[in-house]
Write a protein that binds this ligand. Structure first.
Ligand SMILES: Cc1ncc(COP(=O)(O)O)c(C=O)c1O
Length: 441
């Protein structure tokens, strides 16, 4: 049950914590201590490399390690290639939009998944030849740019209205373009804005036939935040039964199914108490926070994801049509490839230090809910010490963590938060403090 629902169901005014049914406070599994140690130890063992890169630039920096991107790209591709006959891989640029990240993925044989005109320009500028352009509310200008580069771009159409506008643009430019249609796989709440309902697929195909320059060849769906493949499998099953009802002509024209991104990195989701449903409720009810409680939601390894998804695709899709399967991973690829390194500017109390970087570098209050170890590269030690590590922005939400790993902490010390590559750099905000520079290993 979602927290919001729980809280709307209970009347907090008449509520005493002792009344709370025990099951609402059930915590997810604790983070295994050995896994944190292993993670911290690994990054301390690369300390010289990190410090060398840091010394070349002034603090703070994003440190990009392209060798990790290459390794991740190969692991991801191999997992699926080994299980499916025909595949294509598109890196979701939104997850980390640094050009070198996209370029490294191109070198690794990926295409690019872009979601706006700006991202499309980036992809074109990098000479990408296999680009998919997906996302709601594409403007006429963005559609025009895509049509002008129709030899390199497939548009994943988001609605009937977008099809209508694309038809006009292709006619006025007298150009054909390959296209797919995004299907909505969650018609409730905030996710209803994406794509068309699967039940509208036949009607969409008929409409697309009236747009002779729009070559409808594929179907896309995407579900976010998958620790395991269950959500994707259940939509693949539904898609299979819908494909069965499509006109034969349409079925024979489907050359690809794009099953989107949303694969969680193998280390799982690391949460602070406040990041768990139970923790949110406990906080609202006034329970004190306990230092050092970390949780980990386990993630399915990618080989396992690939096996399970391939099994579902064989059973529900390939029994009806044969086509290429496309993937749009973002987070899984770039998460581990970028780190944040910054310095302690001020020590205000034994357990309160201020850093030169602020969380405008990541663009959201990530560390209030997610747990990531803060490593003191200047005084490495495998001990975690309580200390508020905060940035220098004029907001109390500018928090990196409530502890650091190291022997001590003093002004001038160099701190690192490893594996901050996904949905941080691309969400960075030009707010109060300058943004870190990107340094490449
Ligand atoms: C359509 C689409 N594809 C792919 C992705 C990438 O998802 P992830 O980074 O979780 O793999 C997203 C993320 O929002 C998306 O909206």
């Amino acid at each position: 049950m979602k927290t919001e629902q729980i809280l709307s169901d209970i009347n907090l005014i008449h509520f005493k914590p002792a009344d709370l049914p025990g099951e609402l406070l059930v915590e997810p599994p604790f983070m295994p201590q050995e896994e944190i140690w292993e993670f911290v130890q690994h990054h301390f063992s690369c300390r010289e490399l990190y410090l060398q890169a840091f010394n070349k630039e002034s603090s703070p920096i994003y440190l990009l390690d392209s060798s990790i991107l290459r390794k991740k790209a190969d692991e991801f591709k191999n997992a699926f290639i080994n299980n499916l006959p025909e595949t294509s891989f598109y890196y979701a640029v939104k997850s980390n939009n640094h050009p070198q990240v996209a370029n490294t993925l191109l070198e690794s044989g990926f295409g690019l998944d872009v979601s706006s005109g700006v991202e499309l320009e980036l992809a074109l500028g990098l000479n990408a030849t296999d680009i998919i352009f997906s996302g709601p509310g594409k403007t006429d200008q963005e559609l025009t740019l895509a049509v002008e580069h129709a030899d390199r771009v497939i548009i994943l159409i988001d609605s009937f209205g977008e099809l209508e506008r694309l038809k006009k643009i292709t006619e006025s430019l007298d150009r054909e373009i390959r296209a797919g249609i995004r299907l909505n796989n969650n018609p409730h709440g905030l996710w209803r804005k994406f794509g068309i309902l699967p039940e509208e697929l036949s009607a969409f195909w008929r409409k697309a036939r009236e747009a002779s320059n729009v070559k409808l060849e594929g179907i896309q769906f995407h579900s976010s935040w998958n620790l395991d493949p269950e959500k994707q499998i259940s939509f693949i099953k539904k898609l299979g039964s819908i494909i069965q009802t499509l006109p034969d002509n349409f079925r024979s024209e489907i050359s690809f199914i794009d099953i989107g991104g949303g694969y969680w990195p193998p280390q799982g989701e690391w949460l602070q108490e406040e990041g768990t449903e139970a923790g949110k409720i406990r906080g609202l009810l006034g329970y004190p926070k306990t230092f050092g409680k970390r949780y980990r939601l386990a993630a399915t390894p990618i080989d396992n994801f690939a096996e399970k998804l391939a099994e579902a695709i064989q059973k529900h899709i390939f029994s009806r049509i044969s086509c290429r399967i496309c993937f749009e991973p973002g987070r899984w690829i770039c998460n581990d490839a970028m780190h944040l390194i910054f310095s302690v500017v001020d020590k205000k109390m034994d357990d309160l230090v201020i850093t030169d970087a602020g969380t405008n570098s990541v663009g959201w209050e990530r560390y209030e809910v997610d747990y990531f170890p803060v490593l003191n590269l200047s005084r490495p030690a495998l001990t975690e010490k309580p200390c508020q590590i905060v940035g220098s922005l004029c907001t109390p939400h500018d928090l990196w963590g409530d502890s650091y790993w190291g022997g001590d902490i003093q002004p001038g010390d160099i701190l690192m938060i490893p594996t901050q590559g996904a949905y941080t750099y691309s969400l960075r905000q030009n707010f109060i403090k300058p943004l870190p520079k990107v340094v490449t290993l």
